[in-house]
Every structure is written in structure tokens, then in C-alpha cells.
Design a protein. Structure first.
Length: 283
């Protein structure tokens, strides 16, 4: 088994969080070390929005041979990050390659205003474009990465099978739209997407565009699930077959509902290209 290292961006400084948490550590942002098995399929699962780590736990529990996966999760909120790390660093997961990145997923490499201390509803503050307008009690400037460009650098082999779960309230459509433009969205075979802010008229046109492009790019919406159902099955040590699958995601609660998109076979075979225009296009 060979390991290769992909350098990330510099670690966030402790001072960024000095007013939020005491004694925070800063050891998880330097590198991503992936497992690579010669002449075999490389499996990667990316979880955008770790929160308290439960979605990663659910993936491990319900996915056959999950031990073969490299698991990368993003969680910029320093409070959620601690919850995520505590949960995923348990002894029962010590044989899993789990990388926790304390950065926000976004469309540029920059600092973004981020509403913290809101649990699962923590988010990039799209209404505040200037750091001088931050609400000191709820928003701080956190480092973000251009996820599309980052992913194009990560995926180097046609033998890679990539699953991505994305939960970032109000911001998922912007990240997905940029990936469509950069031609990196199809690097993933499966997408689990939480469509948020459904009643916002400003977001609806972008969401409809992204959803139509998912279909155009060869993805089928297979079913939708709700975190409450998954949580109950997980507690009972059930299997994926026990999870209720819904056909109409719009009737489910906004929080915790995921739409499961899978590439149709015509897209998967022949193997997907990993050559991206992410470096060439401006957004």
C-alpha cells in the first residue's frame, strides 16, 4: 500500500479562534494523506459540513467495506469542529483514514464571514460582504477554500470512486454552480445534497439551474432520506435497507433532508476524465 501526500493551505492560526474557544488545537489542516492501492479502485468519501460527526458515522455504518474509503470532512465552525473531532477520534474508528479539515468550502480561496455557534445551522454569512459588518456575537472571519479547484487537484486517477455529501445552508448552490462551470462536478459518482433555503426567491433560480444541470450531466435523483430516520436506524444497528426512502424531497423537513444523486451508467463507463478547467476559468 502506497501513501501519497497532497499539500493543503497553511493552518488556521489559533488567534482566529481566541475569542471563541480556549485551548483549541491546530493539527489537522496541513496535509491530506490518502491510501492508494495499486491496480485497484480508490474510494473516497467527502463530507462537507461535519457538524457533530454523525453523518460520517452513518456513512461508515451503512456503507459496505467502508474501511476501504479515505474519508475527508470539512467543518469550519470551531465549536462544531471540536464535536466532530471528538466523535470521529474514538477508538472504534482508529483503523479508518479520517481527515478533518477546519476550513469552509467555498468558491474562492479567501476569508469569509461565518455564523458560528448555531449547531447544524452554522453557515457562511452571505449577507455580510465586509468583515467590518460582522456581528461579533455570531460571525467571525474564517478561512475558506475553492472546493472545485481543490478537488481537481485531489482526484488524479480514473480509478477513483468518489462520493460527496454537501450540507452548507444557503451556500451549496454557489459551490455546485462553480463546479458545473469548472467541469469538476462529474468527478463524483454520487452526490448527497441538502437543498436549503427553499422559500428564498433569490436562491430558487440558481437551485433550479443546478438541479437541471445535474440531470443534463447524467445524474439521476434516486431517492431522498431524512436524518431523523437514519438516526433511528443507526441506533437500532440496522442496515441501509431499513432506512425509509422518499420520492418527493419537497415534502420532507428542510433540515436533515438529503437528495441522493447517482451517475447513470452511460456516464460512468467509460471512466470519467479528471481533467478540469478549474484553473482556466474565472468565476
Amino acid at each position: 500500500m502506497i501513501f501519497f501526500i497532497i499539500s493543503l493551505f497553511k493552518s488556521l492560526s489559533i488567534s482566529d479562534y481566541s475569542n471563541i474557544l480556549d485551548n483549541d488545537d491546530d493539527d489537522d489542516n496541513e496535509t491530506v494523506i490518502l491510501k492508494n492501492y495499486n491496480h485497484s479502485i480508490h474510494h473516497i468519501y467527502i463530507d462537507i459540513g461535519c457538524f457533530n460527526g454523525e453523518t460520517v458515522e452513518h456513512f461508515i455504518h451503512f456503507t459496505p467495506n467502508s474501511l476501504l474509503y479515505d474519508i475527508i470532512t470539512f467543518e469550519p465552525d470551531p465549536i462544531n469542529y471540536r464535536l466532530c473531532k471528538k466523535q470521529l477520534k474514538q477508538k472504534k474508528y482508529q483503523n479508518y483514514n479520517i481527515i478533518i479539515i477546519r476550513k469552509a468550502v467555498w468558491i474562492h480561496d479567501e476569508k469569509v464571514p461565518f455564523q458560528i455557534n448555531r449547531g447544524q445551522r452554522s453557515r457562511i454569512d452571505l449577507n455580510k460582504t465586509s468583515k467590518y459588518l460582522l456581528n461579533q456575537n455570531r460571525s467571525v472571519m474564517l478561512d475558506a477554500i475553492d472546493f472545485s479547484l481543490w478537488l481537481s487537484r485531489l482526484i488524479k486517477s480514473n480509478n477513483t470512486k468518489l462520493d460527496i455529501k454537501i450540507s452548507m445552508p444557503e451556500a451549496e448552490v454557489y459551490v455546485l454552480r462553480k463546479m458545473i462551470i469548472d467541469e469538476t462536478l462529474t468527478l463524483a459518482e454520487k452526490w448527497n445534497i441538502a437543498w436549503t433555503d427553499r422559500l428564498n426567491p433569490r436562491m430558487r433560480p440558481i437551485r433550479l439551474y443546478v438541479q437541471s444541470m445535474l440531470d443534463s450531466l447524467g445524474y439521476s435523483l434516486e431517492y431522498s432520506t431524512n436524518s431523523y430516520d437514519i438516526r433511528q436506524v443507526f441506533k437500532m444497528n440496522g442496515t441501509a435497507a431499513n432506512i425509509t426512502r422518499h420520492k418527493n424531497w419537497k415534502i420532507l423537513p428542510e433540515v436533515g433532508t438529503y437528495c441522493h444523486y447517482i451517475q447513470r451508467p452511460i456516464v460512468i463507463d467509460p471512466p470519467r476524465t479528471t481533467k478540469s478547467r478549474a484553473k482556466l476559468k474565472k468565476f
